[in-house]
Design a protein around this ligand. Structure first.
Ligand code: RIB
Length: 299
């Protein structure tokens, strides 16, 4: 094992993606334009983003013993991700996300299935793997107790942890204190702070560890207590699904490569922009060479 490993603990889903000009109202039927099954899940997406850039990525997660599970494990293995720690849960379906894409924006329903079987006990079995990592990347599509346990183990071993608080839920203060960076979008940031009393001392500290992805308004990051706004990059967006995942995977990769936080965010901002130019969360995630080529054109 090298000293520059990224471990992603999180969800693995099959995305069932319907493109439509018109989103149906309750009780209404409309005709859509296309349907695709595309690998997804916030954990898997972030793992792919980091691996495509050249990261040494290990994933800890779970799939069911169905055809989606097998397809996804094969696919992620082919992306160069170490999938030896994936749990196959008997008699349970692999996680799915039903996604409607309309005018490049999306609505998503996630059915976690096997993702809910990642328990704190399973996380503990992977303590050595977490310990050997440079970066641990977490999201909220597995049980929260398991996210907390993973963060505790990372803290114990001095591993830098990024928490992408998506999909957002009320989070215990201990978790927010343990992680090094929290990467909400604007909506998630509002809800994150709404649940904390303003007089609580964690508010200031949490703000400074937040990296906020703001879509077409760019990214906000704190560096040495100073707020920095990184502008967005204009691209023709086809599908924004997974843009945040691309950002998080790229951020983990860039920090792992030794970039300081502002530069890492600028790099991840470019990767996020490139990723939305194709349909599907993982489809548009670039390789390092593709990022360099993009930057040649978009100086
Ligand atoms: O962030 C996008 C992802 O959220 C999709 O791939 C879907 O699986 C849901 O988990």
């Amino acid at each position: 094992m090298t000293g520059r490993q990224i471990t992603v603990i999180g969800s693995i889903n099959m995305d069932l993606v319907t493109s439509t000009f018109q989103i149906p109202k309750v009780g209404e039927t409309v005709l859509g334009q296309s349907f695709h099954t595309i690998p997804g899940g916030k954990g898997a997406n972030q793992a792919v983003a980091a691996a495509r850039l050249g990261g040494d990525v290990t994933m800890i997660g779970a799939v069911g013993d169905d055809s989606f599970g097998k397809t996804l494990v094969d696919h992620l293995t082919n992306q160069g991700i170490n999938m030896k720690n994936i749990l196959e849960v008997k008699g349970v379906s692999t996680g799915i996300a039903s996604i409607i894409v309309s005018e490049a924006d999306n609505s998503i329903i996630v059915v976690p299935g096997a993702n809910n079987y990642i328990t704190p006990e399973i996380i503990e079995k992977h303590e050595e793997r977490i310990k050997a990592s440079s970066i641990l990347l977490l999201q909220l599509e597995i049980p929260i107790e398991s996210v907390i346990r993973a963060a505790e183990l990372a803290k114990k071993h001095g591993v830098l942890t990024i928490l992408n608080p998506a999909p957002i839920q009320k989070l215990p203060q201990e978790l927010l204190e343990m992680v090094d960076y929290v990467t909400p979008n604007e909506h998630e940031q509002t809800l994150l702070f709404a649940s904390i009393d303003e007089s609580n001392q964690i508010v200031g500290k949490l703000m400074e560890k937040c990296i906020v992805t703001k879509g077409s308004k760019g990214v906000m990051v704190y560096k040495n207590g100073e707020k920095i706004e990184i502008p967005s990059i204009k691209v023709d967006a086809v599908d924004t699904t997974g843009a945040g995942d691309s950002f998080n995977g790229a951020l983990a990769y860039a920090l792992c490569e030794g970039l300081e936080i502002e530069e890492a965010c600028r790099f991840a901002n470019v990767v996020g922009a490139i990723s939305v130019t194709k349909l599907g969360a993982q489809t548009g995630m670039p390789t390092k060479k593709e990022v360099e080529e993009f930057l040649q054109v978009h100086k």
